[in-house]
Design a protein around this ligand. Structure first.
Ligand SMILES: Nc1nc2c(ncn2[C@@H]2O[C@H](COP(=O)(O)OP(=O)(O)O)[C@@H](O)[C@H]2O)c(=O)[nH]1
Ligand SMILES: [Mg+2]
Length: 377
């Protein structure tokens, strides 16, 4: 079977009947407006994809399982595509790859912009490839299209890792809601595992809901902090620490080292009062310098201890099971929501009910029941 390559030129006309009209980013069948057929210009990207041989689902699966990085990259592009034909292929591919996935250590790394995530991952990732590990890095940043400059910075900061043959770096799919990016990242983790990567790092900027989303798809969640950036800003108050399995205070070098040591002591004190994120595992606070590499090997040693612990206690499997079930429920809710708002009955009445609720003519609960009843008709 040879289906079209992403990016496609599927217009809105080809939207299947079962796709809701206003399906959003998070909905698997959203159709994006394609390039008009009348367009004379051929974009360089399109030209390039036209030269590449088309791959069938079996070709994708064989390439990924063989660890072919070019095919892996294209498989992730397929997953990221919003065109229904690609989504269908992507789901078939994932079904084929599922038996080969699940064996990696899935690590989440978060921190405020400038904490040194990219620099840390470069140093840490190179260390792991030196140890013979195969490392994939996936980024989650729904807003990355807004400040595209950071991507350029990351390219420079992960230059060494990016050229290693045992490493694979994939920036966040540009644009899109957190829900959409989350689905694509979850699926990309599975594909990377099937390609033989035994460490998958999901990097996210510590703003908004990103941390919770990443924590829900990894085995170990690490928060990278810096001394003196303010507790509030680094999410201590908003509960990010309660998601953390480990904390690393970065930039512990030069004149900054004493301040980092003070921050470490303070962090240990805070952690002491909190419930451990993982039962029986005392969340450690380590010091590291991503620039000099000092403390970076110890982060991996700590992770070895973590995985030994969670695998022995069954916490590892339990977390994965829970994540899979939670994810299923999230998909159900998303689908119900999309279906509800797409229904013509709801669409017809929505504005009037919103108006009535906004102006106090109708209690919110009555409005909700009204619309739900409308839908059920
Ligand atoms: N002194 C020092 N600077 C660092 C360290 N890690 C990162 N930096 C610097 O901090 C800045 C932000 O780093 P970057 O990795 O882009 O942060 P990100 O936004 O969290 O990805 C860069 O200028 C880095 O060179 C470190 O361990 N020590
Ligand atoms: Mg970065």
């Amino acid at each position: 079977m040879h289906d079209p390559e992403p990016p496609s030129d599927q217009g809105t006309q080809s939207r299947p009947e079962w796709a809701p009209e206003d399906a959003n980013e998070a909905f698997a069948t959203r159709v994006v407006q394609g390039v008009p057929r009348s367009s004379e210009a051929v974009s360089p990207q399109k030209d390039a994809s036209a030269r590449r041989p088309r791959l069938s689902v079996d070709d994708y699966a064989a390439g990924v399982i063989a660890g072919d990085l070019m095919v892996l990259g294209r498989a992730i592009t397929l997953i990221e595509s919003n065109a229904p034909a690609h989504q269908m292929q992507a789901q078939q591919l994932l079904a084929k790859l599922l038996p080969y996935s699940g064996k990696a250590r899935r690590l989440g790394i978060t921190g405020i912009p400038g904490a040194g995530k990219s620099t840390f991952i470069e140093s840490f990732g190179c260390r792991l490839t030196d140890l013979g590990r195969r490392v994939a890095v996936l980024a989650i940043d729904p807003s990355s299209s807004v400040h595209g400059g950071s991507i350029l910075g990351d390219k420079v900061r992960m230059e060494k890792l990016g050229t290693r043959k045992n490493a694979f770096i994939r920036p966040s799919p540009s644009g899109g809601s957190l829900g959409g990016v989350a689905r694509k990242t979850r699926e990309a983790i599975l594909v990377c595992e099937a390609a033989g990567f035994d460490v998958v790092i999901v990097e996210t900027v510590g703003v908004g809901q990103n941390e919770v989303t990443v924590a829900s798809m990894v085995d170990l969640f690490l928060v990278l902090m810096i001394a003196g950036a303010g507790d509030e800003m680094q999410g201590i108050k908003k509960g990010v620490i309660e998601l953390a399995d480990a904390i690393v205070i970065n930039k512990a070098d030069g004149d900054n080292k004493p301040r980092c040591m003070a921050a470490q002591a303070e962090m240990k004190r805070v952690l002491h009062y909190l419930q451990p994120t993982t039962p029986g595992w005392e969340t450690p606070a380590l010091l590291a310098s991503s620039l000099s590499g000092e403390g970076v090997p110890e982060v991996w040693t700590m992770m070895d201890r973590f995985f030994a612990h969670t695998q022995a206690t069954g916490a590892h499997e339990a977390r994965r099971r829970e994540q899979a079930v939670d994810w299923m429920h999230a998909l159900i809710l998303e689908s119900l929501r999309t279906e509800f708002y797409a229904s013509p009955e709801v669409k017809n009445r929505l504005e009037a009910v919103e108006y009535a609720v906004a102006h106090g003519h109708m209690p919110a609960l009555v409005g909700a029941l009204d619309l739900l009843r409308e839908r059920a008709r």
